[in-house]
Design a protein around this ligand. Structure first.
Ligand code: OAD
Length: 252
């Protein structure tokens, strides 16, 4: 049987428009924990109902704020890994390549990816809980002269919260609409490091496949995406994506 990397090269060589969907797995080798890893995943150690819902924030704003501060610091210290860099370098092979990410870090951008859609927000940013000046009302916390945790919105006095999507909330509309559009138009979709358990992001590979694009998965484990993948690169993205890039270069 042909080497899976070679199979992917053959598929990618025919593609003009590449859509990429990434999840927490792509940042794992940068030291940012995933959510559903049985031992080290965030949701194995913390209860999302206590930390990642609007109700949880209203019940205990300080607890939620402090937990996100802890995660912010982890993300601030993280650097892109070889998977992020290889993905950014893949751009030169396609007239159009868009990364749709569920991640709230900016490691794709740091690595040089030029078109990244953030479906679940940006952990480095904060916004007014009431979005009093429009959706989202971003607040620069560094500019607020306060020690309160969480700080208060300077416009309306509501609590400031992280600019991330919590369970039970709708995704940013522009990002989601564009993600659907890119998935529908794609010639190929590459799905990297996601369990495929959280919709609507998890529906995008099916949207791409329904519109004729083969789905290629990069994941060391089986996921909800595996059953629809035409080819799977079975391994960490920090290893498999540089290998794929090298194979593409050698095929030139
Ligand atoms: P999960 O934690 O659910 O899944 C991570 C996936 O990455 C798993 O399938 C792992 O097998 C895979 N993985 C682990 N190490 C990897 C590596 N080195 N390279 C590639 N893959 C690896 O994370 P997501 O699917 O991103 O939502 O989770 C989706 C959403 O659930 C998150 O965005 C978050 C969470 O609740 C919000 O915060 C709104």
């Amino acid at each position: 049987m042909t080497d899976p990397i070679q199979q992917v090269v053959t598929i990618l060589k025919q593609a003009q428009r590449l859509a990429v969907l990434t999840g927490a797995g792509v940042s794992k080798e940068s030291g940012v924990p995933t959510f559903r890893d049985a031992l080290e995943g965030l949701w194995a150690r913390y209860d999302p109902q206590q930390l990642a819902t609007p109700d949880a924030f209203q019940r205990n704003p300080k607890l939620v704020w402090d937990w996100y501060e802890y995660r912010r610091q982890m993300v601030r210290m993280a650097e892109p890994n070889p998977g992020h860099y290889a993905l950014a370098a893949l751009e030169s092979y396609f007239p159009e390549m868009v990364v749709i990410t569920q991640n709230v870090d900016d490691l794709h951008e740091q690595a040089g990816s030029s078109d990244v859609i953030h479906l679940h927000g940006n952990i480095a940013q904060s916004k007014c809980f009431a979005n009093c000046q429009g959706v989202p009302t971003l607040i620069d916390v560094a500019e607020l002269d306060t020690d309160e945790t969480p700080p208060k919105c300077p416009h309306c006095g509501a609590y400031v919260r992280p600019d991330v999507v919590w369970f039970g909330e709708i995704l940013p509309e522009d990002a989601l609409l564009r993600a659907y559009h890119i998935s529908e138009q794609a010639d190929v979709m590459l799905v990297i490091g996601t369990s495929g358990m959280v919709t609507p992001a998890a529906n995008l590979p099916e949207v791409a496949q329904y519109n004729g694009a083969p789905v290629i998965e990069v994941n060391p484990d089986t996921s909800m995406i595996t059953r629809i993948a035409s080819v799977k690169l079975d391994g960490p993205s920090g290893v498999m994506l540089p290998r794929l890039l090298e194979a593409l270069r050698n095929d030139d």
